[in-house]
Design a protein around this ligand. Structure first.
Ligand code: CMP
Length: 148
């Protein structure tokens, strides 16, 4: 069965045509369907809601400032095991670790720092629903189920 996930191309990727093209290629080469795509500059309230679990972390302000700094692209992706496949393609959150252990991963190739780590991917079905409702509120899950 197809599973949905939310992938976000972060602002430094969207402003770099080479990175954006390379990551889109990786998405298509790995058999994902792009169900919906949306380019937007994420608003402060959206970013705060999206990253509420990180509110107490030392990197929170940096993260919010970065994510609202310019256009991002959100892709709703569908595939069998979409969540884990996308997270595997991205590699670990921390870019330096990623460059050692997963040198071919998206974050190793296109991440700049632990904050500007190229892409985001949801970590569970519940996060997918919650994150899509914040970033792509127009998306209708009921309609998707019927067309699946
Ligand atoms: P993301 O997958 O969007 O989810 C949480 C984000 O917080 C993460 O990607 C990074 O952008 C950021 N982040 C996580 N850990 C750190 C860290 N140690 N230092 C700075 N930013 C971080």
């Amino acid at each position: 069965p197809l599973q949905l996930t939310l992938a976000i191309m972060k602002p430094h990727v969207v402003s770099c045509p080479f990175s954006l093209h390379d990551i889109r290629r990786t998405i298509l080469d790995n058999g994902f369907y792009v169900v919906r795509s949306k380019r937007q500059t994420i608003k402060l309230e959206q970013a705060e809601q999206f990253y509420s679990e990180h509110k107490a972390k030392f990197f929170y302000n940096r993260l919010i400032t970065f994510m609202t700094s310019g256009p991002s692209e959100a892709y709703i992706l569908a595939r069998e095991d979409a969540i884990s496949v996308w997270r595997h393609l991205m590699g670990p959150t921390k870019v330096f670790r990623c460059q050692l252990s997963n040198p071919d991963s998206i974050r190793a190739k296109h991440g700049l720092t632990d904050t500007r780590n190229a892409t985001h991917g949801s970590d569970s079905d519940e996060s997918v629903r919650q994150e899509i409702s914040i970033i792509v509120p127009q998306f209708c899950f009921e309609h998707w189920k019927q067309t699946e």
